[in-house]
Design a protein around this ligand. Structure first.
Ligand SMILES: C[S@@+](CC[C@H](N)C(=O)[O-])C[C@H]1O[C@@H](n2cnc3c(N)ncnc32)[C@H](O)[C@@H]1O
Length: 275
């Protein structure tokens, strides 16, 4: 079968199953099957798929039709201009989380020691280590997630130490900047999530307890133990999470502020430690 035909048929199958962005999805899956970039597809519409390429493409289409997110099929996702490996052990990094990076670069340009609590694929720890030229530590309770994070740091040449622990319980020392994108989906909303998220992304990465607020007070307590005076804590929040996150900061904090994402939702809360 010719590439052009494979793409058309793949898009039609995906569209009829109600998969969003069927043409783009078919292109990405075909690229993955061919181990080629998208530009190559456009330059070779007459390419005849080999049997192996066809089998791979068919399998990827089938997986997507079952609900598996594209990123878990291709095992990659871009974040802040870099490609990160993702596996089902980690949350797929979201573009909204780039707001955490932007706030960190604005508030804490001079940070030399950075901690990322709940690191997942390591997207925040690796990005901040590279953008700030800092030494970073990333923690996660999941050993499988840390294995992915470790590979991402190696791939990008970032200086990050990985620690498996509950939040930051295994750590001591002083940090200039702490970031976290903790699980924050309210327990009561988990069942109503899109199937791509609910059935494929790790529950451990999603569920933030009743109201989605369970992690913030604990993260603030850890930050009070580990931040140098004047250091920043920057956390991502869900669309309903602003109040819970802001309430977690007590009198030892100053300059608390909420930043909004491009859709206008509160997305990031930051505050400076002033004991
Ligand atoms: C929302 S994901 C964030 C992943 C990544 N930082 C990102 O921005 O895409 C939350 C991560 O927290 C981890 N996690 C959940 N409970 C934890 C805990 N008690 N201590 C440390 N990490 C935890 C999960 O394994 C998951 O990797």
């Amino acid at each position: 079968m010719r590439l052009q035909t494979a793409l058309r048929q793949g898009s039609e199958i995906l569209a009829s199953a109600g998969i969003p962005e069927p043409r783009l999805t078919a292109e990405v899956l075909l690229c993955h099957a061919l181990r080629r970039e998208r530009a190559w597809l456009y330059a070779h519409p007459e390419h005849e798929l080999t049997t192996v390429e066809w089998i791979h493409y068919g399998r990827y289409l089938h997986e997507r039709l079952q609900g598996r997110p594209v990123q878990y099929i291709t095992r990659k996702q871009e974040f802040y201009g870099r490609e990160f490996e993702v596996t089902p052990a980690v949350l797929i990094p979201r573009p909204e989380t780039e707001h955490v990076v932007e706030q960190a670069l604005k508030a804490a340009r001079g940070a030399r020691r950075v901690l990322d609590i709940c690191t997942g694929s390591g997207n925040l720890a690796v990005t901040l280590a590279l953008e700030l030229g800092a030494a970073a530590v990333g923690t996660d309770i999941s050993f499988a997630a840390l294995e992915v994070a470790r590979r991402n740091a190696r791939r990008h040449g970032a200086r990050v130490e990985w620690v498996q622990c509950d939040l930051a319980s295994g750590l001591s020392g002083r940090f200039d900047l702490i970031v976290s994108n903790p699980p924050y989906i309210p327990l009561e909303e988990i069942a109503r999530l899109q199937r791509e998220v609910r059935d494929y992304e790790p529950r451990l990465a999603l569920e933030g307890g009743p109201g989605g607020a369970a992690f913030y007070p604990r993260i603030v307590r850890e930050a009070e133990r580990l931040l140098a005076p004047g250091g920043w804590l920057i956390v991502e929040i869900g669309y309903q999470g602003e109040q819970a996150a802001r309430c977690a900061f007590g009198p030892a904090w100053t300059d608390a502020a909420t930043e909004y994402d491009l859709a206008g939702w509160p997305r990031v809360v930051r505050a400076r430690f002033a004991p």
